[in-house]
Design a protein around this ligand. Structure first.
Ligand SMILES: C[C@@](CO)(OP(=O)(O)O)[C@H](O)COP(=O)(O)OP(=O)(O)OC[C@H]1O[C@@H](n2ccc(N)nc2=O)[C@H](O)[C@@H]1O
Ligand SMILES: Nc1ncnc2c1ncn2[C@@H]1O[C@H](COP(=O)(O)OP(=O)(O)O)[C@@H](O)[C@H]1O
Length: 275
């Protein structure tokens, strides 16, 4: 059985408080975008080992046990004593991009196992499992536009459709550590709450829908801020870094002819249309 884990982008991201447990409370809107990995599971004839991970496409550092798809499998195996599996993961989503690629793979693994082995787990319970694998992982279970608060794990649906808008996602060859990005932030409540701004027309988002990580990340990695400027220069109606970076996305109205920009060979570039 095969699935196609997609990414999310953050529309606004306010870091509002540091918590006693070291994590931060935040407010953001997650919006799904069809930049996808491919993830396949098959029951393995090899009963000597619980899982075998075959990786293709972009490389991810670390041992198979560190891969979030394996962690998701082991979590479900502990609960349901699953048969051994072969896992085929084709990585197309860049890592360390603020696009939630690893979290999405993990969430889709939970859904695949639930469907393939007919475990009958509800979406709500899958969200509970997913939340133990990463702060934004549970979003990918329902995978629809969502307002997130708490540490990014308390959800409510938002009535927002960007259907037909075009998107360009650019990720330079720069690594931003999520943990460090948080460490450089001074939490505060936003002047314009994310939930309110996204009810306004997209053309009004430019100066009001803010990703707080930009202020801490752009000075350290000016290339990321330059990409955002370039997207506006080429006609984006809204542009922002996603999550803690290092990718930047630009939204273009449905009728815009997308610009052809030479970002250089080390830069990842995706263009698509939002659903
Ligand atoms: C902040 C967001 C916004 O989308 O950043 P991106 O990952 O998308 O860039 C996500 O919620 C991130 O989710 P995720 O990447 O799953 O975070 P985790 O692995 O759970 O946490 C990585 C580290 O970030 C810090 N962390 C994470 C989430 C949070 N609300 N407060 C924190 O302080 C902690 O130091 C933690 O050890
Ligand atoms: N299946 C996976 N895909 C991507 N990264 C993974 C995966 N499993 C574990 N990781 C680890 O998770 C970390 C975060 O990756 P990812 O979720 O893609 O980035 P981000 O949180 O910036 O969107 C990476 O450092 C990577 O080593």
């Amino acid at each position: 059985m095969i699935a196609f884990p997609n990414i999310k982008i953050n529309l606004g991201l306010s870091i509002t408080e540091k918590r006693p447990d070291g994590y931060h409370n935040l407010e953001t809107v997650f919006y799904p975008v069809a930049l996808e990995d491919a993830l396949e599971i098959r029951t393995s004839p090899d009963t000597d080992r619980k899982f075998t991970l075959y990786q293709h496409g972009m490389e991810i550092a670390g041992k198979p046990e560190d891969n979030l798809v394996v962690k998701a499998y082991l979590l479900m195996d502990k609960e349901f004593h699953l048969p051994p599996v072969e896992i085929h993961l084709y990585k197309h989503i860049p890592s360390g991009a603020g696009l939630g690629g690893g979290s999405s793979d993990a969430a889709f693994m939970l859904k695949l196992l639930n469907n393939h082995y007919q475990l009958g787990v509800s979406e709500e319970q899958l969200e509970v499992y997913a939340a133990t694998l990463g702060a934004d992982c549970a979003f990918f279970i329902k995978n629809r536009p969502t307002f997130a608060e708490g540490i990014g794990n308390i959800f409510s649906p938002v009535d927002l459709s960007l259907s037909g808008y075009q998107i360009m996602i650019i990720k330079p060859d720069v690594f931003v550590s999520t943990r460090e990005a948080f460490a450089n932030i001074r939490p505060h409540h936003p002047e314009y709450p994310v939930k309110e701004v996204i009810r306004r027309p997209v053309a009004e988002w430019k100066d009001t829908l803010i990703n707080d990580f930009e202020a801490s990340v752009f000075p350290q990695h000016p290339i990321i801020g330059d990409i955002k400027k370039e997207l506006y220069h080429h006609g984006a109606i809204y542009a922002s870094m996603s999550g803690s970076g290092s990718s930047v996305f630009g939204l273009f109205t449905p009728d815009t002819l997308l610009p052809e920009i030479d970002w250089g060979t080390d830069t990842f570039c995706f263009t698509g249309t939002l659903k």
